[in-house]
Design a protein around this ligand. Structure first.
Ligand SMILES: Cc1ncc(COP(=O)(O)O)c(C=O)c1O
Length: 358
């Protein structure tokens, strides 16, 4: 019998777990190399982070021959002070994406259910499948409230992206608290990657509701998508369980130093958030004038339902003109548009006007 040839994909698939072989793999939004492209497709912050971040990274770069602090202690303490939680309940991750993976690795055995309302962050599907878990989807109703059926579904883990991507909508905190209290044997994750762009954080419930985990990202409000840092906040007891599945040095020295400097300059973050919110209001109003129905956004992006039916062609035409937005097969008549600088948004609106006029 001839040996399998791992260079052909059928043979390679037999070398990995069936859950991995069956996956198509997550496709992140496009990252073009041409700096002239107007990038409104992956919800980055268009403004630079606090200048203190680069200074802290430069200082940390002097010690790259040494491993980083495996516990990211200074960053955890600073986060705990800022958010009013127990430092032993804070876990840091290489982006909040790593924290999502750690939560699933810690809590979900093959075949167990992970539930979330949809449409939402599509990485949840990939990560649950990788873990061998079973995703249970609950479509959001027209008002984007938490679907009633999710409360009693008996999942092992619940993901509530709040505010949600790609809708930009927020569910009230009492709904999240109710979900956690009615499911005391499950972990309820409030994924708050975008929460700094609105008021509505569940961080005040951390510790009081023992099965709640609040996730934060430095990629959006702190303008640090390139650094890869996220935070999980929960009880010290649950954090201790999560730490068991963490890679020992998951956050490098530069990321720890940069994230700490960013946390310590709240004024810089707030100034960027205010600018994004002002541009968001203008973008939403102008899209409305162009015939789009814009879902009121609590985030740094807007979901805009087009005047025509499928928006796939519009997204493609914009790309040909050097403007990237996101189109999802699951929401064919809508575009998700990140809030850029005023100049970027003006360019998008000019291109859309000329497309509409055609
Ligand atoms: C809802 C949501 N959660 C988490 C993330 C990942 O954030 P990070 O860059 O911290 O991994 C994203 C990124 O787009 C997101 O949209």
């Amino acid at each position: 019998m001839s040996a399998p040839n791992p260079s052909d994909s059928g043979s390679a698939r037999r070398l990995v777990r069936p859950a991995v072989a069956a996956l198509a793999g997550y496709v992140p939004g496009e990252q073009p190399s041409d700096p002239r492209v107007v990038k409104l497709n992956t919800n980055e912050n268009p403004y630079p982070p606090s200048p203190r971040v680069a200074e802290a990274i430069a200082a940390a770069a002097g010690n790259l021959h040494l491993y980083p602090d495996p516990d990211s202690s200074a960053l955890r303490r600073a986060a705990a002070r800022l958010y009013g939680v127990d430092p032993d309940g804070v876990v840091v991750g290489n982006g909040s994406d790593e924290l999502l993976a750690m939560l699933l690795r810690a809590a979900v055995d093959p075949g167990e259910v992970v539930a979330y309302p949809i449409p939402t962050y599509s990485l949840y599907d990939t990560q649950v499948a990788l873990q061998g878990g079973r995703s249970m989807h609950f479509p959001y109703p027209a008002d984007w409230s938490l679907p009633e059926a999710i409360f009693g579904c008996g999942a092992r883990v619940f993901f509530i992206c709040n505010p949600n991507a790609p809708s930009g909508t927020l569910v009230p905190l009492d709904a999240i608290e109710r979900l956690a209290r009615e499911n005391p044997g499950s972990i309820v994750v409030a994924d708050e990657a975008y929460v700094d762009f609105c008021d509505g954080t569940a961080v005040g419930l951390v510790g009081r509701v023992p099965n709640l985990v609040v996730l934060r990202s430095f990629s959006k409000s702190y303008s640090l998508a390139g650094l890869r840092v996220g935070l999980a906040m929960t009880t010290p007891a649950l954090a201790a369980e999560l730490l068991k599945v963490k890679d020992s040095y998951n956050l490098d020295r530069l990321a720890q130093a940069g994230a700490l400097a960013a946390l310590e300059d709240q004024a810089a973050m707030r100034a960027n958030v205010d600018r994004v919110r002002a541009t968001r209001a203008r973008l939403s109003a102008e899209l409305g004038r162009l015939g789009f129905r814009v879902v009121p956004s609590e985030t740094n992006f807007v979901l805009a339902y087009g005047p025509g039916e499928s928006q796939e062609g519009v997204a493609r035409s914009l790309k040909e003109r050097g403007v990237l937005v996101r189109w999802f097969r699951a929401l064919p008549d809508a575009l998700r548009i990140s809030v850029g600088t005023d100049a970027q948004v003006d360019r998008l609106l000019d291109e859309l006007r000329s497309l509409v006029a055609r």
